[in-house]
Write a protein that binds this ligand. Structure first.
Ligand SMILES: NC(=O)c1ccc[n+]([C@@H]2O[C@H](COP(=O)([O-])OP(=O)(O)OC[C@H]3O[C@@H](n4cnc5c(N)ncnc54)[C@H](O)[C@@H]3O)[C@@H](O)[C@H]2O)c1
Ligand SMILES: O=C(O)C(=O)C[C@]1(C(=O)O)C=C[C@@H](O)C=C1
Length: 367
């Protein structure tokens, strides 16, 4: 496809979309805009965009496709600004916000002018923000939810899907209400719980600083998302307030239920509580991106001696296997350390496993 694609907000999501759009449509001209000059400059220096817009207005003026990739309260304001601007005839506008009901309501002001707005939400991401963390394949195999507005016809949805082909995401259409209900449960509410677990540990840490060192393994896994951008989560929580309030109240009931089972030392009840959760969790599709992010991780039980990491990465480099991340799990301070190496895809992970198996006697686990 050819045309001007204007991306407002060049962070993790805007940057990743810019890369995906360019990959599938090299003829497209990508114009970027961000409040932060640092992000804009970096996006230009890394060739993620073809041109910096001097202002939001000038970037929007000649665009065939406008992608709003800013926190959701800012998205509402941008929609208002767009509604008062002279835009190109036939322009298509979409967003990437994690909530949809309020954004779709706000988009009525565009629809009154006959402008097609299609809400969008790529259901993959990270706790990292900023254009430096953006990735062309961030959305590969993830669900990408669309909520077409009343002025968006089938042909508009088809055009947007074509523009988004490079994301390699699975695109689905839902209503804004369905969207907010589902993402409330599987994305927004878990972020509140993750933050609350961190607050709880922080309070205990005050009296018992050893907590900080012991908070590894499971605690780190379940609280990873508490490291996400607070500005973004403030906005999401406000936008999805009603659904989150209901979920919080349900959660209180859930906690009271487990409290009573534990008080009674009800062994069967406790077993069932964990087993039912495990059964449902285990039945969720594995290795697809989305609400539960998949990391192609390999766990290597390495002895603690100097140079062990460079030894392993050296073997992988010889086989030209790229790694995306490497970390040491700090659960066991003494005898062994478990090294966690992440890969871009399953193929690389399996190649790495067989490479390390051939060259060492270390125990390996696929998570
Ligand atoms: N991070 C995720 O995991 C994720 C996943 C899917 C969707 N989203 C949604 O995508 C949107 C962007 O999130 P992100 O993770 O890329 O955030 P980010 O913080 O990485 O990037 C947002 C960018 O928007 C810019 N910005 C903010 N207000 C602006 C304004 N008024 N004008 C111009 N630029 C402005 C910021 O400077 C920043 O560079 C949010 O609505 C978020 O809810 C996030
Ligand atoms: O993987 C993460 O860090 C995320 O929080 C990604 C996540 C999610 O909750 O699944 C966060 C918000 C987005 O709207 C979509 C994806």
């Amino acid at each position: 496809m050819r045309g001007n694609v204007f991306i407002a907000g060049l962070g993790l999501i805007g940057g990743s979309l810019a890369k995906a759009v360019k990959k599938a449509h090299p003829q497209a001209h990508i114009i970027g805009f961000d409040l932060r000059e640092s992000e804009l400059g970096l996006a230009e220096a890394l060739n993620i965009i073809d041109e910096k817009a001097a202002s939001f207005e000038s970037g929007a003026a000649g665009a065939d496709l406008i992608i709003l990739a800013v926190p959701v309260l800012q998205t509402e304001q941008m929609i208002e600004r767009l509604a008062s601007l002279p835009l190109k005839i036939g322009v298509l506008i979409t967003d990437t916000g994690s909530t949809k009901s309020r954004i779709m309501k706000k988009a009525h002001i565009l629809e009154e002018r006959g402008i097609a707005f299609i809400g969008g939400h790529p259901m993959a991401g990270s706790h990292k923000s900023g254009v430096a963390a953006s990735k062309e394949l961030l959305f590969e195999n993830a669900f990408y939810l669309l909520t077409p507005g009343v002025a968006a016809e089938e042909k508009h949805v088809a055009i947007l899907k074509k523009w988004l082909e490079g994301t390699r995401a699975k695109i689905l259409e839902v209503t804004a209400e369905q969207h907010d209900q589902m993402t409330g449960v599987i994305s927004h509410f878990p972020h509140i719980i993750a933050a609350s677990l961190v607050h709880q540990a922080r309070k205990f840490n005050h009296d018992n600083p050893l907590i900080e060192r012991l908070a590894a393994g499971g605690f780190r896994d379940i609280t990873r998302i508490a490291s996400s951008n607070p500005e973004m989560w403030k906005d999401i929580s406000l936008h999805n307030k009603d659904i989150l309030l209901t979920l919080l109240s349900d959660w209180r009931d859930e906690m009271n239920e487990i409290l009573s089972i534990l008080e009674k030392e009800d062994e069967d009840g406790l077993y069932r509580y964990f087993d039912d959760a495990k059964t449902f969790r285990d039945s969720l599709p594995a290795r697809s991106q989305g609400a539960i992010p998949s990391f192609y991780e390999l766990y290597v039980d390495v002895p603690d001696y100097p140079g062990v990491i460079s030894e392993l990465t050296g073997y992988l480099a010889e086989e030209r296997i790229s790694i995306t991340n490497i970390r040491i799990m700090e659960t066991r301070d003494d005898v062994y350390g478990v090294l966690v190496i992440s890969f871009q895809n399953e193929k690389d992970r399996l190649r790495a496993k067989s490479c390390i198996e051939q060259k060492t006697t270390y125990d390996l686990f696929l998570a």
